[in-house]
Write a protein that binds this ligand. Structure first.
Ligand code: C2E
Ligand code: CA
Ligand code: CA
Ligand code: CA
Length: 279
């Protein structure tokens, strides 16, 4: 390199450069992980707040790159979305999840549903339903064992189109959940028309549920409204017993969070749910 003058312009360029380099590196890592099958699916249990028993699970993807370590989806999903690689990522996650779930259902280890996250690009694929039904068919999983999580933000971008897509999926027997609820905005008029079965309340509302009356009231209203619409409610990011207890008193029936379990590798997950819950 030549002179490294101290002016702001050059500094700005260097930090932009660093981001560009990291992005490129991440994209290469993602492509390589796809080539070498280094995507991993972890599973987080969903529990009943009444019994604290296991009732279902959510699939969460990770990149596990030898020599580098685990890269979180928060880091690579946005890039996968921008580059279009998300289609490939999403199909592999769905396929692996269906394969694992079929085995667990067949052995009697698990019943209930497994939830898989859908990104914006995936959701808007014209042949989405057919692709998903093909994977379910090839992996031998009953559609009623699958739940798809779609974020409120994605659905509200074009609600009319979203209703069409969700209606198709629901018609095939797949359950639908509105994810990260409360972070975007849904009008009640739409919420009523969405063929969904579950609302997942975003962790942001749960964090301070015992400290902030406003948050607690908000959750109480969301739960009441969801129940009026015939929907189940899942609270995300429950980390302590006080939160679980408050949620239970607010009539929220399900939860996920580190209090119960982190997302676990498939073998750890199986061991976890085979261990009876302490009463
Ligand atoms: P999400 O769908 O809202 O998933 C919940 C996130 O919260 C997960 O992060 C989970 O590990 C984390 N979490 C669960 N319980 C707790 C808790 O008690 N405390 C805290 N602090 N965090 C908790 P993760 O696995 O890093 O995933 C982040 C996001 O990446 C997901 O948010 C989802 O939007 C996206 N994502 C993950 N897997 C997939 C996938 O297969 N496809 C797509 N399209 N997106 C995915
Ligand atoms: Ca989710
Ligand atoms: Ca969520
Ligand atoms: Ca989230």
């Amino acid at each position: 390199a030549k002179s490294r003058g101290g002016n702001g312009y050059q500094f700005f360029n260097e930090s932009m450069n660093k981001n560009a380099v990291r992005r490129l590196q991440l994209e290469n890592q993602l492509r390589q992980a796809l080539r070498n099958n280094h995507l991993q699916v972890h599973y987080q249990p969903k529990v009943s707040l009444k019994t604290h028993q296991f009732v279902g699970l959510e699939a969460l993807v990770r990149l596990d790159i030898p020599g580098v370590g685990i890269i979180s989806p928060a880091e690579f999903i946005p890039l996968a979305e921008e580059t279009g690689l998300i289609i490939d990522v999403g199909e592999r996650v769905l396929r692996q999840t269906c394969r694992d779930m079929r085995e667990w259902v067949a052995s009697g280890a698990v019943d209930g549903r497994v939830a898989v996250n859908l990104s914006a690009k995936q959701f808007l694929q014209p042949d989405l339903t057919q692709r998903i039904m093909n994977i379910l068919d090839e992996e031998g999983l009953d559609p009623k064992c699958l739940e798809l999580e779609i974020t409120e933000g994605v659905v509200m971008e074009d609600p009319e189109r979203a209703i069409q897509i969700m209606t198709e999926l629901h018609f095939c027997g797949i359950h639908l959940a509105l994810d990260d609820f409360g972070t975007g905005y849904s009008s009640l008029a739409y919420l009523k028309r969405f063929p969904i079965q579950t609302l997942k309340i975003d962790k942001a509302f749960i964090d301070d549920i015992n400290g902030a009356e406003r948050d607690r009231n908000m959750v109480a209203s969301i739960v009441a409204m969801a129940h009026n619409l015939g929907l189940d409610v899942v609270a995300e990011g429950v980390v302590n017993a006080a939160q679980a207890s408050t949620l239970h008193h607010l009539n929220c029936e399900f939860a996920q969070g580190f209090l119960f379990a982190q997302p676990l590798k498939r073998d750890q997950f199986l061991a976890h749910i085979k261990t009876p819950v302490k009463k």
